[in-house]
Each structure stands twice: as C-alpha cells, then as structure tokens.
Ligand binder design. Structure first.
Ligand code: BTN
Length: 271
C-alpha cells in the first residue's frame, strides 16, 4: 500500500480528504485530532501499520505492516442523529459484512462491533464521538480488518477466537489472496451507502439480520462488573441487545461484550 495508489483507487468515492501513513500510532487518534482541528465530513485516515492501535475497553488492536486494513473515517453528525450514535458502530460492521459476503465469506455481527466469519473475529469497529461544546459534532468510525495470517494476534492474547480473510475460504473453494486496496474501496463504498440510511428502520433491520448467536445462550460481560446470561433475541429500537434470561425474563443491554456460554454451562440451560 502507498499513498499514490490509495488515492487513485479511492478517487471515485466522494471523500473530502485523505491522510495516509505508512506507520502511525492509531488512525483513530489521528482522526480525532484532525476532527478537533476542523476536518471536513468524509475525511479519511488510513495506515499500513499501527503501533498503538486501540480496541474497545482500552484493549490493544494489532496491525502489523502489510497484513491488515486499518482506517478511520470522520463523519459529520446530522440533525436528528444525536440519539443514534450506537448506529455508527454498526455502520462500520454492516459495511464490512456486506463486502465480505461479496467475497463469498458470509459474515455476521457479534454485537455491537465485531465482524465474524465462521464464528471467529475478523474485524473490529471502534466508533468515537467528537464533542463541540454540548453536542456531538463528528463521529470517527475506526475499522480494523485482519487480512493475512500475520494480522491475527497470538491466541493467548485473545478473549475471543480470531481469524483473517486469507485464512478463510468460500464454501468448497481454496482461500484466495485479498487485494487490500480493492477491499478498502468496497468497504468504504458500502459504508457511504449505509451512512445515508442510519436513521431508518431498514438500517436497524439489516443490523439485526446480521446478528451472530441469535437464539443461542451467551454471557454478557462488563455490565456493572456482572456477568449476565441469556439467549439473544434481537435488537431494540436503540440498537441495544434483547435477550431472555434462563428464568424467561426479557431484558436489554446497551453495553457489554457477548461471549458464548461454555458448553457445560449451556447443557440443560432453558432460557
Ligand atoms: C475492537 O475490536 O475492540 C475494535 C477494534 C478497532 C480497531 C480499529 S483499526 C483502525 C482504528 N484505529 C484504532 O486505533 N482502532 C481502530
């Protein structure tokens, strides 16, 4: 990847400005700083390598050179969208899912922000708000995709199994090499299409249709230091995750992390 090819490949997308780095700490940090200085709507930061890539809950995100996609898109928040910020995380995930489907790799969203292929994580999305006084002015949507095997972190550092695009193959086919620039173009094009749909019901439906582990027993970690258990039923109108407890009680979480229940815990578990 280099700046010239990147700008050429992306030239037919309505991006307002592009900053490319061979190596950077975090594209989200660079985008947040740029947004605070007045970056335009639809400004893109992209890097070949991140040395301090960030994930949710302060976790590290691994982006070695030449092996992954790491970018952050700065989006202006339009009137009426202030209450819909969780959808900006889903926006990145939906765009990646749609692109991976196009590569013959059926993808799902592990609520709220991970993309899974074959039930293993291949992409994470970190959406962060930029405040102007009392209101959210911009959202930075950061997307990291594991492309080749070098981008998959060592198993012992993971709290959920991970994979990469070139580690997976469409059913009945051999894995193929992925062109990172073509992938970036496809993800951004999908993201810009879905961006227009954020306030609509169709957006929520598309997100819900992509939910991984629907009907399965899961644990939700990180809600007030508790572990909640239930079966995933769907999404509520705010993008919260709707579940049913083992006692049959419906409940919703707005934050937290989904983990599959260990098999021993699931056996005989009637939710
Ligand atoms: C997660 O899985 O917790 C989210 C990971 C988000 C990683 C991307 S890579 C591009 C952008 N820059 C960062 O520092 N993080 C996001």
């Amino acid at each position: 990847m280099n700046e010239r090819d990147l700008k050429k490949v992306l030239s037919n997308l309505p991006l307002e400005d592009i900053r490319y780095f061979e190596q950077i700490g975090s594209t989200n940090d660079a985008a947040l700083a740029w947004a605070a200085e007045g970056a335009p709507d639809l400004a893109l930061v992209c890097a070949d390598e991140q040395t301090s890539g960030r994930g949710r809950s302060g976790r590290r995100w691994f982006t070695p050179p030449g092996a992954a996609l790491a970018f952050s898109l700065i989006l202006g928040v339009r009137p009426g969208e202030e209450g819909l910020l969780s959808r900006f995380t889903a926006l990145g995930a939906l765009a990646v899912c749609e692109t991976l489907d196009g590569l013959g790799l059926p993808a799902q969203v592990k609520w709220p922000n991970d993309v899974l292929v074959g039930r293993r994580k291949v992409c994470g999305v970190l959406a962060e708000a930029v405040w102007l006084g009392e209101r959210v002015d911009r959202v930075v949507v950061g997307v990291g995709i594991n492309v080749s095997a070098e981008s998959v972190p060592p198993a012992e550092s993971l709290n959920f199994p991970a994979t990469c695009l070139e580690c997976e193959a469409p059913p009945g086919e051999a894995p193929v090499a992925v062109d990172r620039l073509a992938l970036l173009h496809a993800v951004l094009a999908a993201l810009l299409r879905w961006r227009e749909q954020i306030p609509g019901q169709g957006f929520l439906r598309a997100w819900e249709d992509r939910l991984a582990f629907r009907g399965e027993a899961v644990e939700i970690w990180g809600v007030k230091d508790e572990t909640l258990t239930g079966r995933i039923e769907g999404l509520d109108g705010d993008g919260g995750l709707r579940l049913r407890s083992p006692e049959g009680q419906a409940f919703t979480v707005q934050f937290g992390e989904v983990h599959l229940r260990p098999l021993a815990a699931e056996a005989g578990d009637e939710c």
